[in-house]
Ligand binder design. Structure first.
Ligand code: RAM
Length: 337
């Protein structure tokens, strides 16, 4: 007698294959297609923000969503408000924003959330009630402490230094500066002295002029640490053309492409950053998952973030990209962003 299963085996295998395929597709398809996701950077013309937004748009394309970037040309505290209001009117599914102020935007973002629009902050956070998830580039404490550790190494552990920051309200820089000041309390930095925190407002020209002002006001200055890609590039440009080149250390956070020339010409020895493109990419996946209902943003929620793999929401809605990289002459040419 014929084996009754003989002919069934083909269709059974096909059915099994189909079941696996459906299961795989179902998990990949948990994120809805066609989601309208808007990125609002601190300012649209900052190269760092452009890389981050491009990463976000690439992720949205992968997810078959409808992405766009809108935002102000300056990083002022309230300059993003009108953009948020327009996005609410347009009924976007999610807003991904690098907040220019911890509190000023909260009422508007709350209004967005009350209308079902998901809100993710990235790069620069609001107070937690202003968003569902904050995608942070790295642990804020590690970034801040790391900046002082690097500066100390470069200046030989002593001397006057200044911080050249972004805007006075920037949540990310203010948090990092707080951790820098914590780190400075350690006895090993007793010979280092923070003489001034200057603000270049993430404006190239203002940062350039502030650098000049610091050198004039503090003739014994040994270092400038600029935890902003706009600030560090402007400070390096000023110093590379001044007698302070090779005498005053410039370090901080910058993009390899903006800093390469200053590493090559000896103005800057080392600086740090993460990959801003990956930051935007991760933020887009967080937003799409919130908007698809696969996560709510509570601690322990996890989601697939494309090429970055599975990511988990930590305390107070924070998702972390990963530790920063230190760039110097030995590795800078391996990076192109
Ligand atoms: C500037 C912005 C941004 C910051 C980087 C390091 O581009 O201030 O928010 O993360 O620097």
């Amino acid at each position: 007698m014929k084996n009754p299963y003989r002919f069934a085996r083909g269709p059974m295998l096909a059915a099994a294959f189909l079941a696996v395929t459906v299961a795989l597709t179902a998990s990949a398809a948990e994120v809805k297609s066609g989601l309208k996701i808007a990125f609002v950077p601190k300012q649209i013309n900052n190269p760092y923000e452009v890389i981050a937004d491009d990463g976000g748009m690439a992720a949205i394309k992968e997810m078959k969503g409808d992405g766009k970037v809108v935002g102000p040309s300056d990083a002022g505290a309230s300059s993003q408000v009108s953009y948020i209001n327009t996005l609410i009117t347009q009924r976007q599914n999610a807003i991904v924003i690098a907040a220019n102020d911890a509190n000023a935007l909260v009422p508007y973002l709350k209004k967005a959330m009350s209308q079902g629009i998901k809100v993710v902050t990235f790069d620069s956070d609001t107070a937690p009630e202003g968003r569902q998830i904050f995608v942070n580039q790295a642990e804020s404490e590690a970034i801040g402490r790391g900046q002082i550790q690097l500066l100390s190494k470069l200046v030989g552990g002593e001397g006057e230094f200044a911080i050249l920051s972004a805007t006075p309200n920037a949540t990310n820089q203010n948090t990092w500066i707080k951790w820098m000041q914590e780190e400075l309390k350690k006895p090993e930095y007793s010979k280092m002295k923070l003489v001034k925190i200057a603000y270049g407002n993430d404006d190239d020209q203002k940062s350039f002029v502030e650098t000049q002002g610091l050198l004039q006001a503090y003739p014994n200055l040994k270092g400038i640490v600029a935890p902003t890609s706009v600030g560090i590039a402007a400070a390096a440009r000023y110093i590379s053309g001044s007698p302070a080149k090779g005498k005053v250390v410039v370090t901080g956070l910058g993009t390899p492409n903006q800093m390469r020339a200053f590493i090559k010409n000896g103005t800057v020895q080392a600086f740090q950053l993460w990959d801003p493109g990956q930051l935007g990419y991760l933020a887009a996946f967080a937003a799409a998952n919130l908007a698809s209902g696969t996560i709510t943003g509570k601690e322990g929620d996890s989601f697939e973030a494309g090429k970055l793999g599975k990511r988990t929401v930590g305390k107070s809605g924070e998702v972390i990209l990963g530790p920063p990289t230190t760039f110097d002459a030995s590795n800078i040419d391996r990076f192109n962003f």
